[in-house]
Design a binder for this molecule. Structure first.
Ligand code: GZL
Length: 350
């Protein structure tokens, strides 16, 4: 069972994601969630972790060195905002932070984390590129009794043994919400395509599952006729969309599993002489350029994937090092953008 941020704020079991109308009305729910961001105090039944159970000793975050390992190169606003959030929170708390960026190469991320340990990191926050292949790092961190908090993508390891907590969006719910926006935009009929994220991580599999399950349940008249990875990259998203509109000229909707690929799709459609609205595009992240795409009529909807993990990550570390119980799974709240709130809400985009 995950402990949602809503649970933290409302101290009752809350849903994992806000509905559009909560966000569409005033566009402040994400700001409210950001402002109220704090580690979810474990809801009854939510699995928890303590420093005693994990192994290690209580410590003082204020005198510790935190190592942050970022996965992808900071060309994607999601990564820029994510790193900024970690850096801002460390500065706000006066915590010494070491950072490393793996430039989207998994072997480099493994060596980055080994490097952070060698440089004396007492605690680690990791934004994993892949879900598998972490054993060398987990063993090295365990040997030095360095606790790990993972953010964003899940690693296939054991909570409260290999890592303390996992803080992320509900990616299946993001897929469902994208499907709802796609059904709304297309009337639930016609041919749709999916620009898949990169392989080897739970985000791609869960966003795809959420989308397909919702379409099957609510709009069987909408048929997914094309799926191909764009590797979460704008250029590849454009290339794949160029192939798509050649092979499926009647395509009605494109679900891009991140904004960068969605913006690549827009570029491809423009290059093919299409007009805004000829093809309905729904994307996930909540970057400024994509929300501007809604204002400009090229994108129908954007489901946010909130990258602002800083407050939650550091509050988890603070509580854990003090010996308090922290939730093993923490869900960060995502908002969403549609034509109804894009203009008013673009200031919240990153
Ligand atoms: C989602 C994150 C994804 C973003 C992409 O939490 O892992 O990776 O949606 C990024 O923009 O590449």
């Amino acid at each position: 069972m995950v402990v949602s941020l809503a649970a933290a704020v409302a101290l009752t079991a809350g849903s994992c994601a806000k509905s559009e109308d909560d966000t569409a009305s005033d566009g402040t729910s994400s700001a409210a969630a950001d402002a109220a961001q704090k580690v979810a105090s474990p809801a009854p039944g939510g699995k928890t972790c303590t420093v005693d159970a994990y192994g290690g000793a209580k410590s003082d975050l204020k005198t510790a060195t935190v190592g942050f390992s970022q996965s992808e190169k900071e060309a994607n606003p999601f990564r820029i905002a994510e790193t900024q959030s970690i850096e801002d929170e460390a500065e706000k708390r006066g915590v010494r932070l070491l950072t490393a960026n793996a430039q989207s190469q998994f072997s480099k991320q493994i060596s980055d984390v080994q490097d952070l340990l060698a440089k004396g990191a007492d605690l680690l926050v990791i934004a994993p590129l892949n879900s598998d292949g972490w054993d060398p790092v987990l063993q090295a961190a365990a040997a030095k009794k360095v606790p790990i908090v993972t953010i964003d993508r899940k690693i296939n390891a054991t909570a409260c043994k290999d890592y303390v907590s996992f803080i992320a969006s509900d990616f299946v719910e993001q897929g469902r919400r994208a499907a709802d926006q796609m059904i709304e935009a297309t009337g639930g009929k016609g041919e749709a395509a999916i620009l898949l994220g990169s392989a080897g991580n739970n985000v791609t599999t869960e966003r795809t599952k959420g989308f397909k399950d919702r379409i099957a349940a609510k709009a069987p008249g909408l048929e997914v006729v094309f799926e191909q990875t764009g590797d979460f990259a704008r250029e590849k998203g454009q290339q794949v969309t160029e192939q798509l509109i050649q092979s499926k000229p009647g395509i009605k909707g494109i679900y891009a599993e991140n904004d960068e690929m969605g913006l690549g799709a827009v570029a491809a459609l423009k290059g093919a002489g299409k007009k805004a609205g000829d093809v309905e595009i729904v994307t996930v992240d909540g970057t400024r350029n994509a929300v501007q795409g809604i204002v400009d009529g090229w994108i129908s909807g954007v489901v946010e994937s909130n990258p602002r993990f800083g407050p939650l990550a550091f509050q988890t570390l603070d509580s854990f090092t003090k010996g308090e119980s922290v939730a093993q799974d923490i869900v960060i709240e995502d908002s969403a953008y549609t034509a109804a709130n894009a203009k008013a809400g673009i200031g919240r985009a990153y």
